[in-house]
Structure formats: structure tokens, C-alpha cells
Design a protein. Structure first.
Length: 181
């Protein structure tokens, strides 16, 4: 069931294109930058494919003096690695996702901007199936968990499982959906 939903939402996201996507990406970036202006340390996915674009947001936060970390897969976990905005610091991993090189950061991250294929009204995300973010959230329970995506990804088509960790918020082009945790 989840595999079919993953496929469905990859297709829906893929066909959400051109100016509508650009406007939505700009709105998501604006909303995140404004809503979390008081935060200093962000873990943000480096978008690829049809994911909600985070590249402009990352540049904007770095330009505002924020500390931005990108996730890197190490075994079964992701670790945050500081990113300066220089694309030369990135290498493609086995999934085709760009990851930062350098030393893993073991300090406190305030906000984690998380990718997703879909999110339900209870705040649970449908990811790519590796469980990396769920494990990261288990190890970092005090982090603010923020999903980023398009409103078309908000659905009640799936139920969470016992190991899934809920998001606190979902940011889309229409605004912030608060799951009231």
C-alpha cells in the first residue's frame, strides 16, 4: 500500500510544474524564513528531483547568518554536516542525493526541514521508506520537525505505523499547518 502511495505522490509532484511550482517554492521559502527567523541552526534537506525546492531557502538562511546543516547518510542514520553554500562541498550518494562532506555536527539543531512524499492530518509523513528521519527524530526529540512540500501532498490516504515519528508542522504554499504537539 505505501509503495503504491509513494509512486502516486511522486507522479503528482512531478506533474506540478513550471510557474505554479516556482510560485509555490517561493512561498514555501518565504514562509519558512519568516516563521523561523528567531532560530539559528537548521538541518535542511538538499532538494532534488520534484521535491519542494530548498536551494533558495538554504542560500537565504546562510545569507542571514544562520547555521545551515545538510543531512548525510552514515549507515542507518543521517548526521548533520555544516554547509557554507558552496556546491563544491557536495557529493552524490548512492541514492543520487547530494550530501555534504566534512565533519558531522553533534550539537543541537533547532529546526529540521524535512522532505516528504505526503503528510497526513495527524502530522505523519510518507517518506521514501528508509526510516532515516524517523531514527533522527528519535535520537533528537527536542528538534522542531517541519515538513516542507506542496498542498497537493496533504492527504489522509495513509495511516502511520508505530515507528513513525510525527511532524510538528507542515509548510506548503498555502501556509503552515500546525499539528499541535
Amino acid at each position: 500500500m505505501k509503495e503504491q502511495l509513494r509512486y502516486k505522490y511522486k507522479i503528482k509532484r512531478k506533474y506540478f510544474q513550471h510557474s505554479a511550482r516556482e510560485v509555490a517554492d517561493g512561498a514555501i521559502s518565504d514562509i519558512i524564513a519568516e516563521a523561523f527567523a528567531h532560530s539559528d541552526r537548521f538541518l535542511i534537506y538538499y532538494s532534488f528531483g520534484s521535491e519542494a525546492d530548498t536551494h533558495a531557502l538554504i542560500s537565504r538562511l546562510i545569507g542571514a547568518g544562520k547555521s545551515v546543516y545538510l543531512p548525510r547518510v552514515e549507515g542507518e542514520k543521517i548526521v548533520p554536516v555544516r554547509y557554507s553554500g558552496d556546491e563544491g562541498e557536495l557529493v552524490k550518494n548512492g541514492y543520487g542525493i547530494y550530501e555534504p562532506q566534512g565533519q558531522a555536527y553533534d550539537g543541537q539543531i533547532e529546526v529540521c526541514i524535512t522532505p516528504l512524499l505526503a503528510v497526513n492530518p495527524r502530522g505523519f509523513r510518507l517518506g521514501y521508506g528508509g526510516g532515516y528521519y524517523d531514527r533522527y527524530f528519535t535520537d533528537n526529540p527536542n528538534i522542531l520537525k517541519v515538513g516542507a512540500g506542496y498542498f497537493l501532498q496533504y492527504t489522509d490516504e495513509f495511516k502511520e505505523e508505530e515507528f513513525d515519528k510525527p511532524l510538528d508542522l507542515f509548510v506548503c504554499e498555502r501556509g503552515i499547518i500546525n499539528f499541535e504537539r
